[in-house]
Design a protein around this ligand. Structure first.
Ligand code: ATP
Ligand code: MG
Length: 318
């Protein structure tokens, strides 16, 4: 990594298209850990401001929200535009303390086998100008999460017990996380594998921002930006977003147990481009993921928005 601290600034208005005069520190050159810029990405005002506070003012920012709303990609795309190196770690249930901290490993040096401590992703990032993104934060195992406890404090140092060393964070080290739940475990029945979070740890996140479902206009804009084949079919995309909104309302009312995320709508749009047929693509993208006895209701949502019958396998004549 050539530059050690940000040496330039970018205008948040120009880089992210959000309404603010904020100038944010950035790097001049992109190195290999900087995520690739996605030119079609549309930034959410509040989420982006929260993330920019994280980068500019060294705040620990947790982005929470339902699945497929753009949490992980928001962090990456903000980092991409600031040319800030960013490393994403998925905190799945199998990640161990040793994966994060490091372990003694046998290596060959000058033809001899020797044991060396190979640092894990946390000490590695901590000593560099890197934004560490802890993705799926609520899926992490509670014992593993305690490794992170002290790092969440400003200037939190990391003690490597086996090495008897204390690591100081690099001035441009940053930490972000995304989660589907707010630390209470899976209250919706949607996020199997989400753990309850320790509140002493949750308390250490300086900023918690929520990215749930978006305004219909924004969702339409995101889908058409993602799937240019549908760019001139705004009316179709609007109806698709309406179907998704109905599934979300149906879910909130307890009528169905699955809902369409913005990611599902994007996938549906991509599948329309592949199959050339709206209804077929809808069945293959979403209906087949729903419980058998809920498919009729989902077909009704489709019928309401498209004014067209959706033949579900259950409804088809034998
Ligand atoms: N604002 C946006 N502009 C363009 N594309 C977006 C936007 N938000 C989301 N997307 C697209 O939607 C998809 C889902 O985004 P992402 O993976 O970031 O969601 P997530 O909130 O992290 O989901 P999960 O909770 O399942 O991890 C991606 O393909 C992403 O490119
Ligand atoms: Mg994600």
């Amino acid at each position: 990594m050539r530059e050690l601290t940000p040496t330039t600034t970018v205008s948040a208005r120009e880089a992210f298209g959000i309404d603010t005069d904020l100038m944010v520190p950035a790097f001049e050159q992109a190195e290999e850990h900087v995520p690739e810029v996605d030119p079609a990405y549309l930034f959410d005002h509040d989420t982006t401001l929260a993330l920019l506070a994280g980068f500019a003012r060294n705040r620990r920012v947790l982005v929470q929200g339902l699945h497929g709303t753009g949490k992980s990609t928001h962090v990456e795309q903000v980092a991409a535009r600031l040319r800030w190196p960013c490393v994403r770690v998925n905190l799945d249930g199998h990640l161990t303390r040793l994966d994060l901290i490091g372990r003694d490993t046998v290596v060959v040096e000058e033809g001899r086998q020797v044991t060396r401590f190979v640092e894990g992703i946390v000490p590695w990032s901590l000593q560099r100008p890197v934004a560490l993104l802890l993705d799926e934060y609520d899926a992490g195992r509670p014992d593993v999460m305690f490794v992170l406890q002290r790092l969440l404090e400003r200037d939190g140092k990391l003690t490597l017990m086996d090495q008897s060393t204390v690591l100081r964070p690099h001035p441009a080290f940053r930490m972000f996380a995304t989660s589907n739940t707010v630390g209470l475990g899976d209250t919706l029945g949607l996020y199997h594998g989400a753990n309850r979070l320790n509140h002493a740890q949750l308390d250490r996140w300086n900023i918690v921002t929520t990215l749930d479902y978006l305004e219909p206009d924004r969702e339409v804009a995101i889908v058409t930006a993602r799937v240019p084949e549908l760019a001139d079919r705004g009316d179709l995309v609007r109806r698709m977003v309406e179907v998704a909104a109905l599934t979300r309302r149906g879910f909130a009312a307890g009528d169905i147990s699955a809902l369409m995320s913005p990611r599902t709508v994007i996938t549906w749009a991509e599948n329309i481009a592949i199959f050339g047929d709206i209804a077929t693509a809808f069945r293959l993208t979403f209906v087949n993921k729903c419980a058998q006895d809920e498919r009729e209701l989902v077909a009704e949502y489709y019928q309401r928005c498209f004014d067209d019958e959706l033949a579900t396998p259950a409804a088809r004549p034998a």
